[in-house]
Design a protein around this ligand. Structure first.
Ligand SMILES: [Zn+2]
Length: 210
């Protein structure tokens, strides 16, 4: 079982990409006031559309995407389409998309040295993980915290469950992979599968067909 992961940097975003977006996506794009958040959203939509267009031999604008939230019905849920499983993540300078045949979840976070690890760890980590964190300091501690955090976020995205009220161990049947991106970001991939996936990584835009 193979999962393909594509990464792009926000400076790859171009205003003309908006031409391929549907009405719901354009409405959301227009609501962004922060340029970097806008670029991340635009790039995420464009990557999904172009990657699926290449996969299904269809024009990018014709790809039908469903983001209906299972809880409230608004279009801010996990992106879905027929015939393939996918997940999108953006943080800092990066946007990532994972595509596979089994439910997938991908999460990236920017390494922020000023992150309130102590406070976040209490609500987001298991006692074992908090214990592990006590052995490291500084940037290494932030990195270690984000490794746990992105694994959990990726698992939540893969299973489609909401964030658990209390931290708990990742359930069986979910494969977790830490993804190497760059020194400023931490990322993880989760796949609902009995077997570990073969992860293929691509730079979005390096292949002219994508
Ligand atoms: Zn909702």
């Amino acid at each position: 079982m193979t999962v393909d992961v594509w990464w792009a940097r926000i400076d790859q975003a171009r205003d003309e990409f908006a031409a391929d977006l549907d009405e719901v996506e354009r409405e959301r794009l227009a609501a962004y006031t922060q340029p970097e958040a806008r670029a991340r959203f635009l790039l995420g939509c464009t990557m999904v559309r172009r990657l699926l267009a290449a996969r299904f031999s269809l024009p990018a604008a014709s790809i039908r995407l469903d983001r209906t939230c299972p809880r409230c019905g608004k279009p801010h849920g996990k992106v879905r389409t027929d015939g393939v499983e996918l997940s999108v993540t953006h943080a800092g300078d990066l946007v990532g998309v994972a595509i596979g045949d089994r439910p997938v979840g991908i999460d990236v976070e920017k390494v922020d040295p000023h992150l309130d690890i102590a406070g976040l760890a209490q609500v987001a980590l298991t006692p074992e993980e908090i214990h592990e964190l006590s052995g490291v300091d500084g940037r290494e501690k932030v990195h270690a915290f984000l490794t746990y955090w992105t694994r959990r976020e990726a698992a939540v995205k893969a299973t489609g469950e909401g964030l658990p009220a209390k931290p708990r161990k990742i359930t069986a049947g979910i494969q977790l992979e830490d993804l190497d991106v760059d020194p400023d970001h931490v990322a993880a991939l989760a796949v609902v599968s009995a077997e570990p996936p073969v992860v293929r990584t691509f730079r979005f835009g390096s292949d002219p067909r994508r």
